[in-house]
Design a binder for this molecule. Sequence first.
Ligand SMILES: [Cu+2]
Length: 264
Amino acid sequence: MKKIIVGVLMSALVFTSCNKDDDETVVTTPGTPAPTQVEIATATTSNNETVTLYADESQLSTGYENMYVTVKDASGNAIEDATVEFAPLMDMGTMQHACPFVNPTFDNTINKYKGYVVYTMSSMGGTWTLGVSVNGNLATFTLNIADSPTKVVGNYTGTDGVTYIVSLLRPVTWNVGMNDVEFLLHTKASMMSFPAVTDFTMVMTPWMTSMNHGSPNNIDPVHVGNGHYNGEVNFTMTGDWRLHLQLNQNGTEIHSDAFLDILF
Ligand SMILES: [Cu+2]
């Protein structure tokens, strides 16, 4: 289905001249909740609260995922002022590890607690669980994480010997032309701790691999808080785009080519 849509878009590009009607395309800001959230599963805490987990799509995949939670007490009343905390864990048999995430806070616009988790591997490599504690009472979800169609999260070892995790915020709808783009940068302090990196600069070079060309007028991502880096990318046509990121700290190059891939 996607191929058909891309085909139609390509034809439209070939047979119509540039026209402002194209601007009607809905532009989403990366990381903004999808219009409706999809229920993933329900679990019960040790204190009999019902926790329901939601995501932007029914199939979770590797990379950044907004994760939402609603909580009801034993009588079925919504609890909107709890302290809700995430604890993602992958059990690989011989070892366990966590991944970058942020704890959810209650969002009045969608009546759910909203946070995110950056799944660094698919469920092919082991078993993912997401612990959700409500005021300290734990509910645990087992998750099925598919491989994302393109590389939207990557591990890169810097010249400083430190491992960095770069991810692309989803969901986002890409358009031909200028697009907001947002990355998260975390470091691996231990198998269980992935703090946000807040003091880097990035140089972003989009490159269309199949046709071997770049694009003009891109704006390098800059840190805007909590490990989020916002920039603008110019996709001059649909297709396969690789976002090359040079990662720098205090003017020193930490990695020359961390990259993520997009296809639209
Ligand atoms: Cu793993």
